[in-house]
Design a protein around this ligand. Structure first.
Ligand code: NAP
Length: 337
């Protein structure tokens, strides 16, 4: 029997901030699986900043979304029909056909996860790509070591909140984060045990960073770019390492964004600035998931989630996340039946 499903299409390329008119919720029918295929009922969808780049005509690190077609993204769900011995009905799986209620996939395109280790939704956040981004950025890109002073921007978000806590676990002597608004800044120190938080909405980042890191910073985990990257370059110590993870401050820009005007400081300070893509670090995933699941269970790793209900709210969830309306991972929970 086919599965009636609703799915989000991109219908116009956003100029600046995406508006609801750029998207359309469309009714579709997902067929019964063929040999080697499965149908997954998506239980949670992930909305992520990189999706903004895929909405542009030029695309991003992965191909652009096509107009009039269903969008993609990470999702976790339950197999409801299967013609694959490896992935039976009832299995909990992650895959990349989000933005829809039901997905037809080759069995090889899904990854079975263990819902006894942690609730399924965790595999979209701290135990998924976002957690792995933080871990890989700290271990393989920055090579954080004992005694480092680490600054994380976007620190109350999904990647940032994990990065700060994992940096501490890797031996950082001082962890500083920036986030938007007093509530989030409080969460950094009270919830995630950062040493200091900076409210970027108050401006004067260089002065606030100098106050929070009087001995300078050794590692900057950049989720924001723009003013944050510039302030961090100014505060870096010699031989400092900068993880260029994201630049959300310019994702909606309609003109090319200016680069930091203090980049020459990187020469004298012997800085390393290195871009990263989590896709290059999948080999770390199994080991990272085992460790992080243990830390979650014993309470030494805190992972907040902001959950919005219903497929109809997915675009709203994406727009809200881009504006800072989330703490921790932004998720869409789908109600069924
Ligand atoms: P997130 O941090 O949970 O959510 C986005 C946050 O960005 C918002 O909550 C908001 O927090 C902040 N923000 C928005 N506009 C801003 C601005 N102009 N200045 C400062 N902060 C702003 O999202 P995430 O999924 O964890 O992603 C964080 C970053 O990592 C993004 O840049 C993303 O592209 C990047 N990323 C990269 C990779 C990779 O492989 N390189 C993988 C995953 C994610 P505030 O309220 O605090 O402003």
């Amino acid at each position: 029997m086919p599965f009636p499903s609703r799915e989000w299409h991109l219908v116009a390329r956003p100029v600046g901030e995406p508006t609801p008119a750029d998207f359309s919720l469309v009714t579709a029918t997902v067929p019964h699986p063929g040999t080697g295929q499965v149908v997954v009922r998506n239980d949670f969808l992930s909305v992520d900043p990189y999706m903004r780049g895929r909405m542009n005509a030029g695309g991003s690190v992965i191909p652009r979304f096509e107009l009039g077609r269903v969008m993609e993204g990470w999702a976790v769900g339950t197999v409801v029909a299967s013609r694959s011995a490896e992935v039976p009905v009832g299995a909990t799986v992650t895959h990349f056909l989000g933005w829809r209620e039901y997905a037809l996939l080759e069995a090889a395109e899904v990854r079975t996860v263990d819902p006894r280790l942690a609730p399924a939704r965790r595999y979209l956040g701290v135990l998924g790509s976002t957690g792995l981004t933080a871990w890989a950025g700290l271990t393989e890109i920055a090579a954080v070591r004992e005694g480092d002073v680490v600054f994380v921007s976007g620190a109350a978000g999904a990647v940032g909140s994990a990065a700060g806590q994992l940096a501490r676990r890797l031996g950082a002597s001082r962890v500083i984060g920036s986030a938007g608004g007093p509530g989030k800044v409080r969460r950094l120190t009270d919830g995630y045990r950062f040493d200091a938080g900076i409210d970027h909405r108050l401006g004067e980042l260089p002065a606030r960073l100098a106050e929070a890191a009087p001995d300078g910073i050794d590692v900057y985990f950049d989720n924001v770019g723009g003013d944050h990257l510039q302030a961090a370059i100014g505060a870096m110590n010699r031989y400092g390492r900068i993880v260029l993870c994201g630049a959300i401050s310019v994702y909606n820009a309609t003109e090319p964004a200016p680069g930091p005007d203090n980049l020459p400081l990187a020469i004298g300070k012997r800085l390393t600035l290195r871009g990263m893509n989590v896709g290059d670090h999948r080999h770390l995933a199994a080991d990272y998931i085992r460790r992080a699941a243990r830390w979650l269970a014993d309470g030494s790793l805190v992972a907040d989630e902001t959950v919005v209900d219903g497929i109809g709210e997915a675009v709203h969830a994406f727009r809200t996340m881009m504006r800072g309306g989330n703490t921790g991972k932004m998720l869409v929970r789908l109600a069924h039946g």
